[in-house]
Structures are given as structure tokens and as C-alpha cells.
Design a protein around this ligand. Sequence first.
Ligand SMILES: C[S@@+](CC[C@H](N)C(=O)[O-])C[C@H]1O[C@@H](n2cnc3c(N)ncnc32)[C@H](O)[C@@H]1O
Length: 418
Amino acid sequence: MSTPRIDCAPPWSDVGRHAMSPEAGHDDVARFNFLANFNKYMSSVVVGGNAVAYESRVRPRWEAEHGRPPRDRREIRAAMSSDPYYRMWSSLRRSAMEMRQQAGRSLVLRQAESLRDRAAALNAGADTLRLDASLEVPRYQAAIDNHCMPGSYFAEYLPGDVSAAANYDAGMFATTTGLFGRFLDGAGRGVAEWLARVRPGWSPRRILDLGCGLGHNTVPVARAYPRAEVVAIDLAAPMLRYGHARARGMGVENVTFMQGNVERLPFADGHFDFVYSTMFFHETSHGALRRILREADRVLAGGGLHIHLEQPPYRGMDEFEKFLRDWDCYHNNEPFWTTLHDTHLPTLLGELGFRGDRVFETQIHAIVEDEMPKVAGEVEDYGRGGMWYAVGSERAPFDAWRGDAAGADGPAPGGPAR
Ligand SMILES: C[S@@+](CC[C@H](N)C(=O)[O-])C[C@H]1O[C@@H](n2cnc3c(N)ncnc32)[C@H](O)[C@@H]1O
């Protein structure tokens, strides 16, 4: 039997430095390097044993008891939940998530005050950071510690705290093993490249990023369209304070970071030419997703388009694969994960009566630095790889964007994705 070849994850010292980067010591770096390679080993080698366990003992035992194989992923989960190999894999995976949070928190909490002060200095006097202390965080966010982050995106241990965001920023390179790029902006760079390809020469005047987090994927779009007014909205003040300071430190000044719930946008109909989101929908809820999509449609200008990047839908996957992907829903505090991936988003857009009448689906790959690992083929590691499913729609008149690109090829008939 040949030993599988496993490439090492890039070292954590390759994380892109910026004005808000926490100061890391030897042990912090060693923890992140261990976690990155542990995650890589888990997702490339250890995961495979689940299928072996299922085929060799779990399914035969179920068949002996029920006279048929498990029907769907729910029955597979019921059958696998007592299997020792699956339990080991699941518990290691959960431990890796918890260790990642421990590693990040031990790095940022001890310097919470200096990070807060650095953010305050970079944010001073700017009218492009708009916080709203009266904002009510919806239950689907307030009730859980998203993907095992203690206190989630909202934890504030001191006034003006940014530590939750600094933790998110510092540890993500380890969980994504470099696949999102040095600045974790591979999705935003992918969006900018896609938009330039489907609408060459088009310059959206106003751009909206929904659920922007700390702006990892806002900054590359803002840079691609430096004359555009970009608005990036999120619920979490720590993410916005940190994100605004980080963007300023990078010399990006055309983004307004705004605290708000994107289920209710404070903008007039047709205000934005381009609306997008990255890795956001899976953290909402059944009702919220519908309200958010309606708002995205409402604020979209004629000739504009919107696009949303997410992990691939379950459509067409076999039941065992769906069962493995459901892990995040049951064990990683991502309660909407399964429902979202079961939802046929183009149909939902139709049901919501989208005025954007050209609905499209496409795939967007992370664009990362040459030295960073690239997503290989279809392997995307249950949402942590650099490859996304994308869905969106265009609002007529479709050729309004042609203005300064006369004669350029526009979107092909049927939508921009083809
Ligand atoms: C997984 S993060 C993704 C952040 C960012 N889009 C990125 O690509 O890095 C999801 C973000 O959605 C935000 N969020 C969740 N529900 C929201 C809502 N209803 N309105 C605004 N932001 C929301 C959370 O606060 C969190 O920062």
C-alpha cells in the first residue's frame, strides 16, 4: 500500500502583515503551524477512514437490522454515530476547532488593549466607520458561538474591543491552510476578477458587501474599483472597528464600514450597482435569508447585478458526502448550514419574485498569491477550501453597463456565468 503524499500547509509566518496584525511569539506561531497541518492531515487522510468504516461495517450492520441500506444522510448519521472511527474523527475535528479558538484567544486577549488602541488611532476622525450601539443582534446570531468562537463575533471585553476580530483574522489562515491567500481575501479577489471578466470595462458607482465581517473580501473589491463608493455592513462592532482600521492601514479609503442588520437596509431602492456577499448566507436563517435576498433585490439599480458566494449546495451529491458535510451543522455551531445547502437558491430567487430577471449560477475560485496553495480540481474541504458556488441575478436593462466599454463582449445570453 502506498503512503499518501501530503503537502505541508504554508507556515503561519506567511500570513500577510497589516497595521492591525497582532504580535505573535514563537509559541503562538508553533500552535498555528501545528493546527494548519493537523487540519490538512485530517481533511486529506483521516477523513477517508469514515467511508471505509461505513462500507465495511456500518452499512452491513444497518442492512442486517433493517433489511435495506440507510435511505439518506440522516439515517447514515444515525448509523455512523456509534461507530468508533467516526467518533474519533468527529472528536478530533471538534478539538481542532476548539484548539484554534484557544490559540487565537491566547494570542489576542493578552494584547487586547494595545489592539484596541491601535484601532482607535487608525479610526480616529473618520466618518467611514458608522457604529450603532442600539442595534439588536438577531437570535440566529446572538444565540450561538459561531464555529466555536467564544462570544462569537460580538464578544467585547473592554470598551472599543477588537479582540474577537483579531482572533478571527489570526486563526483563519490555519483553518483554511493558506487556501484563501495571505490576506484571506481570495474570495473577494475572485469576485473582482469574475466581475471584470463578465462586464469588462464596467465601473459600478456604488457597491454593497453584505455581512462583510472584518472586510477580508471587501478590500480587494474596493481596490479593484477605487472610484466606487463601497459600503460594507455587518452586525458586529468589533469586526467593523478592526476591519475599518485594517483597511485604512492598507491605504483603502473608499469603504464605509457600517453596523447594521442587512435584513433591513437603510438605502433607497436602486441605490447600488453591485451587491455581493461572501460566505455569509450559511450564518443566517430560513426567514432572514429571504428578507436579505429581497433587500438585495430592492437596493439594486437597473443594469446592476448581485452575486453571493457560498459552499457548494448538496444538489447532486451522494448521501454519504452530504452526511460528512453536515458535520458543521451538528458539531461546529453552524445550525443553518444543512438547510442552506439543501436550498435551491435559483428557485428561491424566482419564488421571491426577483425583479432581477436573469438568475445565474457559477463557480468562483480563490485568487491567491503564487506561493500559496491553490484549490485542486473539485476538492474544497467542506467549505474551507478556496472554491465557491455562486448565485446571483442581473437587473434589466442588461446592457446599461456598456457605457465606457462600447463594443466589449457583454454577458452571454442567459446570464453572465456561462
Ligand atoms: C462567516 S462571516 C463572513 C464575513 C465576510 N463576508 C468574509 O468573507 O470574510 C459572517 C458575518 O456575517 C455577519 N452577519 C450575520 N448575520 C448578519 C446580518 N443579518 N446582518 C449583517 N451581518 C450579519 C456576522 O456578524 C459575520 O461577521
